[in-house]
Design a protein around this ligand. Structure first.
Ligand code: SAH
Ligand code: SF4
Length: 346
């Protein structure tokens, strides 16, 4: 039976794992966990074998239940399973100059966005800071052994766009940022936190020391359209989200992103595009348009190619900065939440 994963212990307290050892042992372990992660404790070559055995098979706070690849090995999706049964999804994507991991911050999500597989599943629990950081560390350990050809051999970018609403799990997400940036040495400029518009969370994040990128998932350019897709809009209406995002931009100077999932007949009209362009110009934000990845529990469908094209054209001709986001890993249900949905319904 395994003990506690060292990722669940704050990096400064790792000495508690080996109380009888000199403190440099904890420093060595911290290096392995946060600076050069490995898949097994056996690979921590400068630790005496007795200490490696103490960690044993409890190195990771989860097991790898599903490991799938797509796009000729450039996309990799993991479904991790924690001992309490929680499902944690992460997707690794290799590009020419970036290796990006999309991580989860919660098990499920309480926000209930109509088109989102995670939202349809409801909320299970928050992820611990260590469970969030371990997704990144696992990807680095994996890449060390199985690099993606033509992409950086370590994680260069982290996006909080997997399952869950990061700003609804503020303190643990904050601690995960601290560990990734201050302990692992990742640049804050390589991190993007995506939120559906938890206004107090955006305001708190603006006061943190790290200039991470903020992505705001809008999906509707007026309250009526947005509330139909994003129930949280009733609590934090569009204008309050825009103001909070503007405050973030003013405080950090980081270009904002607006995420917009295009759903046929729901938010794909040229009228919405024109209104969105006004918001994007006001925030000097970049709009990422994403075609809906259909989910089994909803009748929503993606817009067809012509509509997507017209929506983008209207955005751009109205002065917005916008691109259609490349979708990755469709054959492996890489839209976060979907792998878990499949494993639960089959
Ligand atoms: N809760 C945060 C981060 C996780 S969702 C947020 O909502 O921003 C990350 C992104 O995936 C969001 O922009 C969301 O709109 C998008 N998304 C969710 N379900 C989707 C689907 N079925 N197809 C396409 N994009 C989806
Ligand atoms: Fe939660 Fe984001 Fe999905 Fe909405 S889109 S339900 S906030 S994970």
């Amino acid at each position: 039976m395994s003990g506690t994963s060292p990722y669940l212990i704050p990096p400064e307290d790792l000495g508690t794992l080996f109380p009888d050892e000199p403190s440099f042992r904890a420093d060595q372990l911290r290096e392995w966990l946060y600076r050069s992660p490995v898949l097994t404790a056996d690979e921590m070559t400068n630790l005496p074998s007795s200490l490696r055995e103490t960690i044993g098979d409890a190195l990771w706070p989860f097991e790898v239940e599903v490991d799938q690849s797509a796009d000729n090995g450039r996309t990799r999706k993991w479904l991790f399973r924690s001992p309490d049964g929680a499902a944690i999804e992460a997707v690794l994507m290799g590009y020419r100059k970036r290796t990006t991991i999309c991580i989860s911050s919660q098990v499920g999500c309480a926000m209930g966005c109509t088109f989102c597989a995670t939202g349809q599943f409801g909320f299970d629990r928050h992820l611990e800071a260590g469970e969030i950081v371990a997704q990144v560390a696992y990807a680095n350990a994996f890449l060390r052994r199985f690099p993606i050809a033509g992409s950086p051999d370590h994680v260069t970018n982290v996006v909080y766009m997997g399952m869950g609403e990061p700003l609804a799990n503020y303190d643990r997400v904050r601690e995960s940022l601290r560990r990734l940036i201050d302990v692992s040495g990742l640049s804050a400029r390589s991190v993007t936190v995506s939120t559906v518009g938890v206004v107090p969370g955006i305001q708190r994040l603006a006061d943190e020391p790290w200039p991470v990128y903020l992505a705001v998932s809008l999906h509707g350019a007026d309250d009526e359209t947005r509330s139909r897709l994003v129930p949280l809009n009733d609590r934090y209406p569009l204008e309050t989200v825009i103001e909070a995002a503007k405050g973030y931009f003013d405080s950090k100077g980081r270009r904002l992103s607006i995420e917009w999932t295009l759903i046929a007949g729901a938010n794909d009209s040229d009228d919405q595009a024109r209104k969105l362009a006004v918001i994007a110009r006001r925030l000097r934000a970049h709009v990422n348009v994403i075609a809906l990845n259909p989910t089994p529990l909803s009748a929503d469908r993606p817009s067809d190619g012509d509509r997507i094209h017209s929506f983008l054209e209207t955005l751009i001709s109205n002065g917005a900065n916008a691109t259609l986001r490349e979708t990755r890993g469709q054959e492996i249900d890489a839209a976060c939440g979907q792998l878990r949905l499949r494993s639960a319904t089959e």
